[in-house]
Design a protein around this ligand. Sequence first.
Ligand code: AMP
Ligand code: FE
Ligand code: FE
Ligand code: ZN
Length: 287
Amino acid sequence: MRIDLHTHTTASDGTDTPAELVANAAAADLDAVAITDHDTTSGWVEAVAALPPGLRLVRGAELSCRSPDGRGGHCTVHLLAYLYDPRAEAVVAQHAEARAQRRTRLATMAERMAADGFPVSADELLASLPEDSTAGRPHIAMALVRAGLVSTVDEAFARFLNDRGRYYVPSSRSPVEASIETIAGAGGVTVLAHAFAHHRGTTVTAEVIKELAGLGLGGVEVDHPDHDDEARARLRGLADDLGLIATGSSDYHGTNKVLRLGQETTAPAMLDAIAERATGVEIVVGS
Ligand code: AMP
Ligand code: FE
Ligand code: FE
Ligand code: ZN
């Protein structure tokens, strides 16, 4: 079994449509794939409709949240949420609020860049996004690529868009504790994404993960392209100590990133543990 539980589509900042994602997952020899767009479930229906025979689809999302960093400050964390009821009132409200904040934030970043002479327009960026889709920095990055200012999305992040850059604005103010509760209340399971991806910016301490585990966090993403060996070893140890599910995933974004679907994978027993705990929606198998 090859299982990849973290991918993005055009419903947020990936470049595959949901239908292309599931087709590419089958072509990459995956047995199970999760769709985890940022703060939206708007790609779920298309992905289910296009599911190739035998492929399992885990419906999910990746929530941007604000967390204590364990050092007296705060940082942004990403919470993967699986198999929850997308119609639960608190979920609908959380996603809508996060998407609205992300649009305002992307416009702020684009306006600041435009004021400095960058060829980006906040209005054009927002107008180009499908309804219910989620705005993200990769959309600015793609505009910079189209304008010929940089040759890749990675270069745009390295030079202008990273968390330490002067144009950066945090993406969401939704507290991670509340999001864990909201997803649990909708029958879903939460997994903290790329928690120790230190090069992205400030990360949480192990103590924070322990506290979140006490609040119902279900797991941690251990194997992720942005984790070095030490980060993986520490997270695996934490998962063992705290009884958390340990996952591995590619965080595929189509051509916005160089990594491949199935580059990192999750053990079947771990997906079973997620499915056993979840009561919101089921894993769908393509027929
Ligand atoms: P945002 O969610 O708007 O804060 O933007 C973060 C998104 O940009 C995440 O989905 C990342 O996967 C993506 N991202 C972060 N750093 C890079 C990078 N160096 N190159 C390409 N994409 C990146
Ligand atoms: Fe993304
Ligand atoms: Fe993420
Ligand atoms: Zn992601």
